[in-house]
Design a protein around this ligand. Structure first.
Ligand code: HEM
Length: 390
């Protein structure tokens, strides 16, 4: 019988083999320790992600909300159900639309070029800390209307929030403290912006919009901003490092991208499929529902194991093959349904420019494996440091 616990050493180090067994042997898996369910097949996750009749996001979506219960559930866009969710999301959508984010391209390119120029003498760059992370947080600050000079500070808070400690299941005390510090920072900024408005941005919209007929208070705005800065600054660098790794391991596919940059969006999609960092997001059951003959009852959390779905042989031909020419009809990496990633155009633009500039400056980079540091975590897996040499 396959055994799965999101916090087990085995799952935090290399979940792939367990996910495969779950897909084959227990596609609706019950984890007694946390009284929760886990879905591992693509089609099940896809359908359940769009099902607001049986599932709610309002009780939390992370292990810290629903399993260890150390993180309080606060108002956040991703923790709302329709119709309130749809209303708030539509008031923000314009800021994330492709034409709206396109003007960010020169700034991203300038930052990428500068980082690569600074690294040229050393012939080595950490594609997270020295490259994609500062870009992601600067862009997230710009889109959301936060002071870009505070980007490094916010980035540190976000990484503390996600850090894990041996012997502690899930979120640490320091991570919770970082969340508190972020709240204090946002409340101060909100007070300033109430007095003198900033640029047209997500923050300005949050200050004036109404949800369920009422204006948002400072606590709610701060919480929404925390979600937006976390979503915007942390997933992209981890994803980017994974793609740099896979292209480094497949130099023939990398050479194709160097020769033809129009292949880079497909390389990004395949990288996202192959190594999706977010191991799962959760929902809670609101109405009895059946999966594979198992009955899920109201109140129980359910985990959508996205990386498992992205490697499901029922959906993808030879899923363990990294192939930039795959062009999959659908992947789970940006979620699906009402909560699918609002930042998808931002992420795609960042990926395009960061890959173009890295491959132009260092078309034959080598992975500096001894310098690589992998995070051991239940939640957003990936690397803390990923250096390459050139
Ligand atoms: C490669 C980068 C990224 C990946 C893999 C990613 C992944 C995801 C996923 C899987 C969800 C679904 C959450 C759920 O169903 O509960 C999501 C939602 C979200 N993402 Fe992203 N994301 C990325 C980049 C970004 C960026 C750059 C931003 C903002 C600038 C962003 C902002 C958000 C927000 C606000 C939501 C919540 C949407 C809602 O609940 O309506 N993400 N993202």
């Amino acid at each position: 019988m396959v055994e799965y616990d999101p916090f087990s050493e085995e799952v935090m180090r290399d979940p792939g083999p367990i996910y495969k067994r779950m897909r084959d042997e227990a596609p609706a898996y019950y984890c007694e320790k946390w009284d929760c369910w886990a879905l591992s097949r693509f089609e099940d996750i896809w359908k359940a992600s769009a099902d607001t009749k049986h599932f709610t996001a309002t009780r939390g979506t992370t292990s810290a909300h629903l399993l260890t219960k150390v993180q309080p559930v606060t108002p956040m866009l991703n923790l709302m159900d329709p119709p309130e969710h749809s209303k708030l999301r539509s008031s923000m959508r314009a800021y994330f639309a492709a034409p709206e984010v396109a003007p960010l391209e020169p700034k991203i390119r300038e930052m990428a070029r500068q980082s690569l120029a600074e690294a040229r003498d050393a012939g080595r760059i950490d594609v997270i800390g020295d490259y994609s992370a500062p870009i992601a947080v600067t862009v997230a600050c710009t889109v959301n209307g936060l002071p870009v000079e505070d980007g490094p500070y916010l980035n540190d808070l976000v990484w503390r929030f996600f850090a894990r400690q041996e012997g502690v299941e899930g979120m640490t005390e320091d991570g919770l403290a970082a969340f508190g510090e972020m709240d204090a920072y946002f409340r101060k900024l909100i007070a300033e912006r109430r007095k003198s408005p900033g640029p047209d941005s997500v923050l300005q919209t949050l200050l004036s919009c109404e949800v369920a007929g009422e204006k948002l208070d400072d606590a709610a705005i701060s919480s929404h901003l925390a979600m937006l800065i976390i979503g915007g600054s942390e997933t992209f660098p981890k994803t980017f490092a994974d793609i740099v790794r896979r292209l480094g391991e497949h130099p023939e596919q990398r050479a194709e991208c160097v020769a033809d940059e129009s292949l880079l969006p497909d390389a990004f999609t395949e990288g996202l499929r192959y190594d999706m960092p977010t191991q799962f997001l959760c929902r809670s059951v609101t109405k009895e529902v059946e999966f594979h003959g198992k009955t899920l009852t109201p109140g129980q959390p359910i985990l959508f194991l996205y990386p498992s779905g992205n490697h499901d042989e029922r959906e993808f031909d030879d899923p363990e093959r990294f192939d930039i020419h795959r062009k999959p009809a659908r992947i789970l990496s940006f979620g699906y349904g009402a909560h699918s990633c609002i930042g998808i155009n931002v992420a795609r633009l960042e990926a395009k420019v960061c890959l173009e500039e890295l491959l132009r400056a260092a078309p034959e980079y080598a992975l500096d494996l001894p310098g690589v540091e992998r995070l051991v975590t239940d939640f957003v897996q990936g690397y803390a440091k990923f250096p390459v040499t050139f």
